[in-house]
Design a protein around this ligand. Structure first.
Ligand code: SF4
Length: 495
């Protein structure tokens, strides 16, 4: 094998779309290229040994915020035991500020930005000469119709056991300063008919779970409608073997035609990820996020009440100009809209994003190490930020998990942020942990908290028993309707 494409995925179920794009576009080098994926947490020596077992001349690594530390160790070890192997890096994490990164110093070459054209070209030069002199190669961005789509490279095992990432477009026209897509300036579509033909053949091969990585799926409504109709047709033709599709939406753009189509989807077939990030207009202006809050709230309310879509809505804590009180107001506003999950994220400084311009003015202190999480701002000190981090973790365990669907409503009461923060502070003092809390123990702690806040023991236990957490011997998929939805969504359906 001459060329290996490798990355460390965050989980086994995440099949790397980026590597498959590279392989699909290797041209004459495709036959001598193969993919070798790993999962973070793998032993560095095992990774290096496996890579070298193919006796590659070139190894290309996809470097992301979640794997940069471990990939740095892999590259460092590779360069010690097999210095003759040429290492090429690519991916969002190394596409910006390369001069500051030790992994870039260790590697032979770096392709920044899109790799579909530049990576194969660079490999050809490395293998056949003349050897490229420049270390850093800016990725050429071809028109999307010139890029070969990679979906045929999903193996039968990928289709059976992993999330299939797909994209009908790349890029985003918006400019939210905390987001890497803000650098794109626009969105580019893949040829729709060709894309749908690829989806058709994935479906024919047994694929049922499609995760769209398009940053703004509802930008071009005509396209969105056609894609949704594709899935509706599949659902209609095979109601006993349903498909499940995940899309990212901008919240303030949901025209009637799209609503009508969304409303046709049955339960357990559709998930939307919707970024609100902040409901505070001053914060939105500071980070250049254009969002009509009233429209966004109306649309989320409509989706929650008039559709069966599973809603996952994102908020970010730690943005410039946001203090705890303003974040709490946004959080409470969102809870009142009743999405199934609120993804409470803590701001991260992604390399290359313009949010850095606020560093001094807003006293923004980021962790020096990946994932560069915000540690403090002028308005939120380190201690308080840590409380927010724990809140986010417990929120995920108790609210987003769908395991406490009835109990959580009671816990939140009329002041969701304040009440859940009190729970978060309490459970942390009891456990000194935010991870590795077994479900049974968590359920007992939640029951205890209900009593601390004034509920009788019998009532607390009855409330818990009405939830999945109180019925842990019954698998969620058995409680839910016949859906292909991932486990968490199935639990929300079963609640
Ligand atoms: S946050 Fe969403 S809307 Fe804003 S730039 Fe990023 S992808 Fe686009």
């Amino acid at each position: 094998m001459t060329i290996l494409l490798s990355t460390l995925n965050a989980r086994y179920t995440h099949a790397s779309l980026g590597l498959r794009y590279l392989l699909a576009n290797m041209g004459p080098l495709k036959e001598e290229t193969r993919i070798q994926e790993f999962v973070i947490g793998a032993k560095t020596t095992d990774v290096v040994e496996k890579l070298l077992s193919y006796e590659p001349k070139v190894i290309g690594f996809g470097v992301y915020i979640w794997n940069v530390d471990e990939t740095t160790k892999v590259v460092a070890m590779l360069k010690r035991v097999a210095p003759h192997v040429t290492v090429v890096l690519g991916g969002p994490e190394v596409s910006f500020e390369p001069g500051e990164q030790s992994i870039v110093q260790l590697a032979d070459y770096l392709v920044t930005g899109w790799g579909d054209v530049t990576f194969p070209k660079l490999c050809g030069e490395i293998i056949s000469g003349p050897k490229p002199l420049m270390k850093i190669h800016a990725g050429m961005q071809p028109p999307l119709p010139e890029i070969t789509m990679p979906y045929a490279l999903y193996s039968d095992e990928d289709i059976a056991h992993r999330t299939l990432y797909v994209e009908a477009s790349r890029g985003c026209p918006f400019k939210c300063e905390f987001c890497l897509s803000s650098l794109d300036k626009t969105a580019w579509p893949f040829p729709l008919d060709a894309f749908l033909a690829e989806m058709e053949s994935l479906h024919a091969r047994g694929a049922r779970l499609f995760k769209f990585v398009d940053r703004t799926f509802n930008l071009n409504i005509k396209t969105s409608l056609k894609i949704m109709q594709f899935f509706l047709d599949k659902l209609e033709a095979n109601p006993d073997d349903p498909v499940y599709a995940h899309f990212e939406l901008v919240p303030d753009h949901l025209p009637e035609a799209l609503k009508e189509t969304i409303a046709k989807f049955p339960p357990g077939a559709l998930q939307f990820e919707i970024g609100i990030q902040s409901f505070n207009p001053e914060v939105q202006a500071l980070v250049s996020r254009r969002q009509d809050n009233a429209k966004a709230a109306d649309n989320i309310r409509w989706l929650c009440t008039q559709s069966h879509a599973h809603l996952h809505v994102d908020l970010i804590a730690g943005l410039p100009g946001e203090d705890v009180a303003s974040f709490a107001r946004g959080f409470d506003q969102l809870v009142a809209l009743k999405p199934h999950e609120i993804q409470f994220g803590i701001l991260k400084r992604l390399r290359g994003t313009p949010i850095i311009r606020h560093t001094e003015g807003f006293g923004m202190v980021f962790d020096a190490y990946a994932p560069y999480t915000i540690l403090a701002t002028r308005l939120i000190d380190f201690r308080t930020m840590q409380r927010l981090v724990r809140f986010a973790r417990y929120w995920d365990l108790v609210a987003n998990s769908g395991r406490f669907a009835n109990t959580i409503e009671h816990m939140l009461g009329a002041a969701p942020f304040e009440n859940f923060m009190a729970f978060s502070d309490w459970i942390y003092t009891k456990t000194d942990a935010t991870h590795r809390i077994a479900l049974e123990r968590l359920a007992k702690l939640v029951a205890e908290w209900l009593q601390v806040t004034g509920m009788g023991k019998a009532e607390a236990n009855a409330l818990l028993a009405s939830d999945y957490a109180g019925r842990i011997d019954v698998p969620a998929e058995k409680q839910a309707a016949a859906v292909v939805a991932p486990m968490r969504q199935a639990r929300h359906l079963a609640a």
